[in-house]
Design a protein around this ligand. Structure first.
Ligand code: PXP
Length: 242
């Protein structure tokens, strides 16, 4: 079985920094510590309100990070313009509303089909690999393939928040979506709400290539340090696949 890559989202290191408008903690040096501990890629999300990652962070991450850099972006002209100039290798198209605490659901690719097609083509023309962050629904997968996305990132938040009685059903939805996405020729990533406790079942899903995990690793690093937090998560993913 091919290994599942761990991409670490550094947004919430910047959340702590922005809470005091200080220069620390620095998401860029934290990203480098993640890489040193075995992260396979680094992810960040530049939001409209700049609540965590700043434009300058994207530029500095691009300069410093040596693993693939994944930029999450909404479909607005501003964000697409920044993404096109960012030099990131990977792009994940996400929905964004100002009120949400975090990305709350998948992108409605069917409703935004033409825009997703246009943005995906523009980013791909720059050599980027584009994914759409979608709920594990057949319609969203089909629309992502129609729009020319290379990958989908399956939203695992509903699985992560499910009650014990609903967990199996949510995993089954993710399983079906993985098979369907693969059949449509899409690569499969997954993320949101993943923790040391719930990651194994997602890592074992068929065709999953990459997991994007942020909050749980940042939070865990407060207790055990970044090196141990990353190594623990890598080990949990590797054991699940073994
Ligand atoms: N994937 C996407 C598209 C996201 O928007 C986020 C949250 O920024 C994540 C993964 C990571 O989620 P979490 O921080 O809950 O691990």
């Amino acid at each position: 079985m091919s290994p599942v890559r761990l991409h670490i989202n550094v947004d919430h290191v910047a959340t702590v920094r922005q809470a005091r408008r200080e220069a620390f903690p620095d998401p860029v040096s934290w990203a480098l510590a993640c890489e040193a501990a075995g992260a396979d890629g680094i992810t960040c999300h530049l939001r409209f309100d700049r609540r965590h990652i700043q434009d300058e962070d994207v530029r500095r991450l691009r300069e410093a990070v040596t693993t693939p850099l994944n930029l999450e972006l909404a479909l607005t002209p501003e964000m697409v313009g920044i993404a096109l100039e960012s030099g990131a290798e990977l792009f994940c198209l996400v929905p964004e509303s100002r009120e949400e605490l975090t990305t709350e659901g998948g992108l409605n690719v069917r409703a935004e089909l033409e825009r997703v097609r246009e943005v995906s083509a523009a980013l791909s023309a720059r050599g980027g690999v584009v994914s759409a962050f979608v709920d594990p629904d057949e319609g969203a997968l089909e629309a992502s393939a129609e729009a020319g996305c290379a990958f989908v990132e399956l939203h695992t938040g509903t699985y992560a928040n499910a009650s014990p009685e609903e967990t199996e059903r949510e995993l089954e939805r993710l399983h079906t979506a993985c098979e369907r996405a693969h059949a449509l020729g899409l690569g499969v990533n997954a993320g949101h709400g993943l923790t040391l406790e719930n990651v194994a079942a997602v890592a074992r899903l068929p065709h999953v290539q990459e997991l994007n995990i942020g909050y749980a690793i940042v939070a865990r690093a407060l207790t055990v340090g970044v090196d141990a937090a990353v190594r623990e998560m890598k080990a949990a993913i590797e054991e699940a696949k073994a």
